[in-house]
Design a protein around this ligand. Structure first.
Ligand code: PLP
Length: 372
């Protein structure tokens, strides 16, 4: 009765966990900062409303926002013109457009596993075949070029990378990113680089493969995480002009344009003071230490270098899904590692986008359940 392309994908495991949430449960399953959007950004949105920016915008977005995105990306060595950038409804839509523009039925798409929940379903919706590239705790969850190389076949069309990563917090090194770019050049495939956590970084530096070879890379980013703007739905892609043109065709018919008010707010976010980003990251850094301290007693855990998740491994006698259901019943929501790919089994993802006090309360419950 329904199309195969949707019947072959299922609802996100994260959403399934939310369905189990009791009203008083502590939620450490969230993929969004627990901060409000900074005041100057909200002010810009109010001004845009009052000034009547309530209609359609150019399909690719307001030119001044596109300029601001281009200037933002100069820090990562990308020099992009207007024709290389498209504004979208969140990073999610940018990912979708990238898959639609690049993947033919039967093409293989190499994905980090465990990796963000959307990559595999979006590959399938485009008719592609997801290929798991395992990221290992022994490598601090950083994807290795040798692992990618083992996954390459004549059908490889795209490699997806995500640094800092959801769900592991891993941050790829320059040499690793360069290794991926060289493989893409040698084997003629593209890289979709999901950089939505570029500023939520505790150690090291952010490297965009687009700064190494812009012809091979579709950068996806959003204001969602950096500026605590997940509900504003404003993302973007930077890609070779010919690919942006293809993405625009899909965007134009399914979305018309990204939300007008959110575009004005995103402009204020990218061009305004960045102090709120720094203080949010410092707060996450403090919480990261607290979470690692708690975990020391009960699980093996790689210290994350970015994003706001930890991905510990527990010595479980049950599946990670059953364990998270048990935790949910005890009053703490986290996400089973298996939601992020088959190599996520045995792990859970804990988000520390919650106050220190909430984290401490949650860990009292988690520790009880582990020793029960
Ligand atoms: N990419 C990654 C790695 C994410 O974690 C998320 C959100 O959780 C997204 C993309 C989607 O971002 P947006 O809310 O801008 O659609």
């Amino acid at each position: 009765m329904w199309a195969e392309r949707t019947s072959h994908i299922s609802l996100s495991g994260i959403r399934e966990m939310f369905a189990l949430t009791k009203p008083d449960a502590i939620n450490l399953g969230l993929g969004q900062p627990d901060f409000d959007t900074p005041a100057h950004i909200k002010e810009a949105a109010k001004e845009a409303l009052d000034a009547g920016y309530t209609g359609y915008t150019p399909n690719k977005g307001f030119p001044e926002l596109i300029d601001a995105i281009a200037r933002y990306y100069e820090q990562y060595g990308i020099q992009a013109g207007q024709e290389q950038i498209i504004c979208t409804s969140g990073g999610s839509e940018a990912l979708h457009l990238a898959f639609e523009a690049l993947v033919n039925p039967g093409d293989e798409v190499i994905l980090p596993d465990p990796g963000f929940v959307a990559y595999s379903p979006l590959t399938r919706v485009a008719g592609g075949v997801p290929v798991s590239a395992r990221v290992k705790a022994d490598d601090d969850f950083r994807l290795q070029a040798s692992t990618v190389a083992d996954c390459i076949t004549a059908k490889t069309k795209v490699l997806v990378i995500n640094s800092p990563a959801n769900p592991t917090g891993a941050v790829q090194r320059y040499d690793e990113i360069r290794g991926f770019v060289e493989l893409a050049e040698d084997h003629d495939f593209y890289i979709i680089s999901d950089e939505v956590y570029d500023k939520i970084l505790y150690d090291g530096e952010h490297v965009s493969p687009g700064g190494i070879d812009a012809d091979r890379v579709i950068v996806v980013n959003a204001v969602s995480k950096t500026y605590a703007m997940t509900g504003w739905r404003l993302g973007y892609a930077i890609a070779p002009a010919a690919i942006v043109e293809e993405m625009l065709k899909v965007h134009q018919y399914i979305q018309a344009c990204a939300p007008s008010i959110s575009q004005k707010a995103a402009y204020a976010a990218l061009t305004g003071p960045q102090e709120s980003v720094r203080s949010m990251v410092e707060e996450f850094r403090t919480r990261r230490s607290a979470v690692m301290e708690h975990l020391k007693e009960i699980a093996e855990c790689v210290t994350p270098e970015g994003a706001f998740y930890v991905f510990p491994r527990f010595a479980l006698s049950e599946t990670s899904l059953d364990f998270t259901k048990k935790l949910a019943q005890a009053g703490v929501i986290v996400v089973p590692g298996s939601a992020f790919g088959r190599f996520g089994e045995g792990h859970i993802r804990i988000s520390y986008a919650a106050s220190q006090q909430t984290i401490d309360r949650a860990f009292r419950i988690i520790k009880e359940q582990v020793s029960a």
